[in-house]
Design a protein around this ligand. Structure first.
Ligand code: PMP
Length: 402
């Protein structure tokens, strides 16, 4: 029959669709390399010990509404986490609000910028997190994909990226990922970040940092924030810097996926006040969800606000990032043993994912013949690997490449 309002049934989200197929697969050796969520050595979700302790302390937590902009204590700690020592210098010219995780921060940023900055285009990396396109489409801003990753060199396509961004007009928006780029695992070097910083300032482009993996990427919260802090310093050093914003997620680095903890920080040119922008961000939040969720933010606030819990959290980040690092290197070694080919890119990539270079056809064979699930792009979530399944996975990849 005809669809209400002529709405065709949209295709299911690829990743969530495959996760449902995996859940329904009853093969004993099945392996999911899909989810962007940490799994421990047994393949189970992991509650960070720092989070477990904070929850105990919050057992008498209130269920009252937060304010529209969220918990002021949480927002201050979130800002300090991303900007580090520069945070105190960003007083009058930064606006920050708590958001519905990283996705919500990206969305509020898109809504705000589409309405007030009025970019003619938004530049997103090719490839990138799938939701960047959806969010900016909803905001009604024309999308340009800039070259980011070269599948032939398996490195950044710096010339392609710079050349594409040179075509942008003043007030156009550039989306970048702060660290552990999803899906490629390939980040810009500090020298490359400096080139991008110079370009956006010269051409008066507005940068949106998507920061979803601070501390999770390498275990080093300051190192993972290097690019963001470099931009913040550029704003402080120049009256003419157009400003930028950061969409900050706490899903991965606190293992708080379902609680939806995030923040948006908008840094405006030094000569201007961010007060009006701060009130406008609150108006957007008020109209969309009234106020952000309390529980997860109070956990993060309890951890970051307590010296001992913060130390435990750093240790937790180490636990997660070093297990991923170990699995990544093991996968590289085993794939080289299986295939006799060079898999050094798998070892060099950063964060939760590896962009293997496997084709959509290989991915179908892995699923149908071996019950191993990964995205059609060849992206694997390293978190899905452990000592019990890594040989099976490496052998299966060896087989489909034969
Ligand atoms: N940005 C990137 C690049 C991501 O990978 C993710 C998580 N997959 C997010 C944002 C947002 O996640 P969340 O909404 O859970 O914070």
């Amino acid at each position: 029959s005809k669809q209400y309002l002529g709405l065709d049934v949209a295709p299911a989200d690829t990743a969530f669709g495959l996760m449902a197929n995996f859940a329904a697969d009853d093969h004993p050796k099945k392996v999911s390399l899909l989810a962007g969520a940490y799994r421990d050595e047994q393949g189970n979700p992991w509650v960070l010990p720092s989070v477990r302790e904070a929850k105990k302390r919050l057992s008498e937590a209130t269920h009252e509404y937060l304010g529209i902009a969220g918990s002021p204590g949480f927002v201050k700690l979130a800002k300090e986490l991303i900007f580090g020592p520069i945070s105190s210098k960003l007083q009058g010219n930064a606006a920050s609000i708590q958001t519905v995780s990283g996705t919500g921060a990206n969305h509020v940023a898109a809504t705000f910028l589409a309405k007030h900055l009025r970019p003619s285009q938004v530049f997103i990396p090719s490839p990138t997190w799938i939701n960047h396109k959806s969010i900016w489409q909803m905001a009604g801003v024309p999308i340009v994909e800039y070259p980011y990753y070269s599948s032939s060199t398996k490195e950044i396509d710096m010339d392609g990226m710079l050349h594409s961004l040179e075509q942008a007009k003043p007030n156009d928006v550039v989306i970048v990922q702060a660290c552990a780029h999803n899906p490629t695992g390939v980040d810009l070097s500090p020298a490359q970040w400096k080139q991008v910083a110079e370009l956006v300032q010269r051409k008066k482009l507005f940068t949106v940092f998507d920061s979803a993996y601070q501390g999770f990427a390498t275990g080093d919260v300051d190192g993972d924030a290097w690019a963001v802090r470099h931009f913040a310093e550029a704003v402080l050093a120049s009256e003419t810097h157009p400003g930028f914003c950061v969409a900050q997620s706490f899903s991965k680095n606190f293992g708080l996926y379902g609680e939806r903890v995030g923040a948006l920080h908008l840094v405006v040119p030094q000569s201007l006040s961010a007060e009006g922008a701060q009130s406008e961000l609150s108006l957007i939040a008020r109209a969309e969800y009234s106020n952000p969720p309390r529980y997860g933010a109070s956990i993060v606030e309890a951890v970051l606000g307590d010296q001992a819990l913060r130390l435990q959290w750093k240790a937790d980040l180490d636990t997660m990032s070093s297990r991923i690092h170990r699995m990544r290197n093991m996968l590289r070694q085993k794939l080289e043993d299986e295939t006799g080919q060079d898999w050094s890119h798998v070892g060099k990539q950063i964060g939760m994912f590896s962009y293997t270079g496997l084709t959509a056809m290989h991915v179908v064979r892995l699923r149908e013949e071996y019950h191993i699930y990964l995205l059609p792009s060849g992206r694997v979530s390293i978190c899905g690997l452990n000592e019990s399944n890594i040989d099976y996975v490496a052998q299966a990849i060896g087989q489909v490449l034969r």
